[in-house]
Every structure is written in C-alpha cells, then in structure tokens.
Design a protein around this ligand. Structure first.
Ligand SMILES: C[S@@+](CC[C@H](N)C(=O)[O-])C[C@H]1O[C@@H](n2cnc3c(N)ncnc32)[C@H](O)[C@@H]1O
Length: 399
C-alpha cells in the first residue's frame, strides 16, 4: 500500500456503499500543488437504465462521462487509488462517510449518525427541468457567451449556467404565477448580465409575463457595454437597459423586484438598502465576498484563536454579515429566508437571502435578537448605518 493508500477494509466499505442500495453521491477533492482536482460519481437513470455519471473538474475544465456498472467499478478503483492528500465524501440514504487523507498520508474516516434520506436517482435528462430549458434559451446563451457558437455550454461557463438556473428556480417559486402589468426588475452589480437577461427571457417567455422590464446596474463601463451588446443581439434593448453607475448613485423609482448575484462586499448591502427604498416587493440576493465586518471585528477576547486563522475569520464574518442582513430585512418588514441556492461544490458563495415584503416590521423578537447579536460582537453592521434614521426609528423602542 502506498503512503496515501486506503486500507482494504475502508475500500471495501466504500465499494459496498457505492454499489449497494441508497447510494447518492461520492465526491473526492485531491489537492495537487496549489490547485484542486475534483471528481464525483452519482447514479443516473438513462432511458430507464441504471448508470453512473462521473464528473471531473480540473483547471477550470469540467468533463462528464456516463458509465455502465463495470466502467463505474473501474472508475471507483481509480478514485480510491488517487495519490495525494484528499477529502472523500460519500452520501447514501442511510448516512455519510467522510475520509480525509492528510499530507502525511494519514487516512481518517468519520461516519454520520444513521439517516433516513430519500435517495432519488436523478434522471439524466435533468436538463429538461431546468429554468433555462423551459423556453428556447439558445440565443440568450450564445449572446451572453455562456454557450459557444454551436450552442454548447462552454466548460468555463458551466458554473455560471448552473448559478443562473438555480437562481431562476428561486425566482419561479417567489414571484406570482402571472403578471399582466409591467414587472420591473433591477439587477444590482449585473456584470455581463448573465442573470439580468436570463431573468428577462424567463419571466416573459417561460412564465408569460406581459411586460417585463429589466435594468442592470454596474459601475464598470466595460461590462455594461458588453451587456448592452448582448441585449442588442437578442433584440431586447427596449426592455433590458443597462446603466453604468455606482449603485449608491442610482435611483430606479418604482421596482417590483431587486436581485443581486455575487455583488461584491457592501454592494450587496447597497442592493438591499435600495430594495427597501424602492419598496421592492421581492428581493433575492446571493452575497459575495464580505470584507467590511472583517475590518471592524475585534481580534481580542474569547474568539482570539479563531480570529487569527484568516479562513475562519472570513467564514465567521460571512455568517455574521448575512445574519445581520437577514435580521435587518425582517425588521424593516420582509419575510426573509436564508438558504443555499446552489450546491457548495459549485461555489462557496452559495447563500441566498430571499425576502418578500409584507410582514409587520419592528417586532420584538427579531429586534431583540438583532440587538443582542450586534451588541455581543460590538459592531454596527454596514446595512444598519446605510439605512440611517429609517432603521434607527424601528430600533429605538427597544434600545
Ligand atoms: C462578482 S461580479 C458578479 C456579476 C454578475 N452579477 C454575475 O453574477 O455574473 C460583481 C459585480 O458587481 C459590480 N459592483 C461591485 N460593487 C458595485 C457598486 N458599488 N456599484 C455597482 N456595481 C458594483 C462589479 O463591477 C462587478 O461587475
């Protein structure tokens, strides 16, 4: 057995779990030098036949292969014999197995408590159920560069394609089934408008909205230009406008929905603040990197050991920032849910705040929880400062 090899009993357990009943997915990430090679195996049903799908990701390239049981067994042996430090996560209906092989070659296995999950085998034609497959999206995908000239989704754009699809799923479960009037959406930090234009096409072509207007706002001239060109190529410039501006300086007036997908740092807060000011009924926001709290959170006290580790500090600040955001949106009157809109394998930035206007604001529960969290960490969240007097008034009864 080489230095990184797994012992035979562990390999046997993995084989049994993969080829036994209730197998859901196996993912292995191998660290090589500065990069990570990831491979996954999952059961699929192709034309009613039980098969396995192997997906590998390395250097920005994703490769997918469908395998019969024999080929899957060979593939699994290759996975088990990969050299190097690695993490393997195996999910079955009855529980998870984690194996970590350290840089020194020590293998550590841990098992979850028994579970009783529904291990549905996904049909291979899962694509048919995706929002971007509910209408003819080929022109959209080509115009935005997600697909190449032949219409195939570019490997480098697979992540964005998945994010947009998953984002649109949340849109579909949030907005009304029908809309006969004008429905206006502002995409804050729209970048090259992958989401903005997909949203326009999805609402009008898949949901049949009568009059959809989308506005993408981004402070970068070059991406706004590229978004405008894509809108022209799709012949939708009249209903898809793009504005080169800092969000803080932009006023949309009346808006039905505000969205943001990975708007950097406080741009997400700015998007939420604008949504509140514009009285948007729906707000869907997938935050990005968050630096603001990292700059202000104290390094001392009981959390000093955690704060010294930059990755842990970053994650703690991400969680705190999103907790503050969710609580602030509840206090101003939005029913707010926090969920993962796309898998964490696709992107670590996979949190979504879904806010729907219409609950009584400034309720004692959310306010006292907010104040307790804020005061515990001795910080004033950026969004609170940004909302100013409007928000201070909601808190003052309880402070
Ligand atoms: C990570 S990109 C995401 C772009 C796009 N939403 C997507 O998912 O492809 C973030 C974008 O937000 C824009 N941005 C960041 N801060 C901004 C601000 N204060 N005002 C306007 N745009 C901003 C950046 O220029 C960038 O294009």
């Amino acid at each position: 057995m080489d230095r990184f090899g797994l012992d035979e009993s562990l390999k046997g357990e993995i084989r049994e779990r993969v080829f036994g009943a209730g197998f859901m997915k196996l993912v292995q990430s191998v660290r090589r030098g500065g990069s990570t090679f990831r491979i996954s195996l999952r059961p699929v049903s192709i034309g009613g036949r039980e098969m396995y799908q192997a997906e590998s990701f390395e250097g920005g390239q994703t490769k997918v292969k469908n395998l019969d049981a024999k080929a899957a067994a060979d593939g699994l042996e290759e996975i088990l014999d990969q050299p190097g430090a690695r993490d393997l996560h195996l999910m079955t209906a009855t529980g998870d197995l984690h194996v970590r092989v350290t840089r020194k070659g020590h293998a550590m296995a841990s098992r979850s408590a028994p579970m009783n999950r529904d291990a549905k085998v996904l049909p291979h034609d899962r694509e048919k159920n995706l929002p971007l497959s509910r209408f003819d999206s080929s022109a959209l995908l080509k115009a935005t560069g997600i697909a190449d000239a032949s219409g195939a989704v570019r490997a480098s754009m697979r992540g964005k394609y998945d994010q947009v699809n998953e984002f649109l799923k949340v849109v579909a479960e949030t907005v009304p089934e029908k809309c006969d009037g004008t429905f206006t959406v502002v995409d804050c930090g729209c970048g090259k408008a992958y989401l903005t234009l997909a949203m326009r096409q999805f609402l009008s072509e898949a949901l049949g909205y009568a009059d959809v207007k989308v506005i993408g706002v981004d402070r970068r001239e070059d991406v706004v230009e590229s978004a405008r060109r894509a809108a022209e190529a799709l012949d939708v410039s009249g209903s898809a406008q793009f504005v080169a501006s800092d969000l803080a300086a932009y006023d949309a007036g009346r808006v039905d929905m505000v969205v943001s997908l990975h708007a950097c740092d406080t741009a997400t807060d700015e998007a939420l603040a604008k949504a509140v000011e514009w009285k948007a009924k729906y707000v869907l926001s997938a935050p990005c990197c968050q630096h603001e709290l990292q700059r202000t959170l104290s390094d001392s006290g009981a959390f000093a050991g955690l704060m010294r580790q930059s990755i842990l500090r970053e994650r703690l600040c991400d969680i705190l920032t999103d907790s503050f955001r969710a609580q602030i949106m509840r206090i101003v009157g939005y029913r707010t849910q926090v969920s993962e809109f796309v898998s964490s394998e696709a992107t670590a930035r996979n949190i979504m705040l879904k806010c729907v206007w219409g609950v009584k604001g400034a309720q004692p529960g959310p306010v006292s929880e907010y104040l307790a969290l804020r005061d515990y960490w001795h910080v004033v969240p950026w969004l609170e400062t940004r909302l100013g007097d409007r928000f201070a008034k909601l808190l003052e009864r309880y402070e």
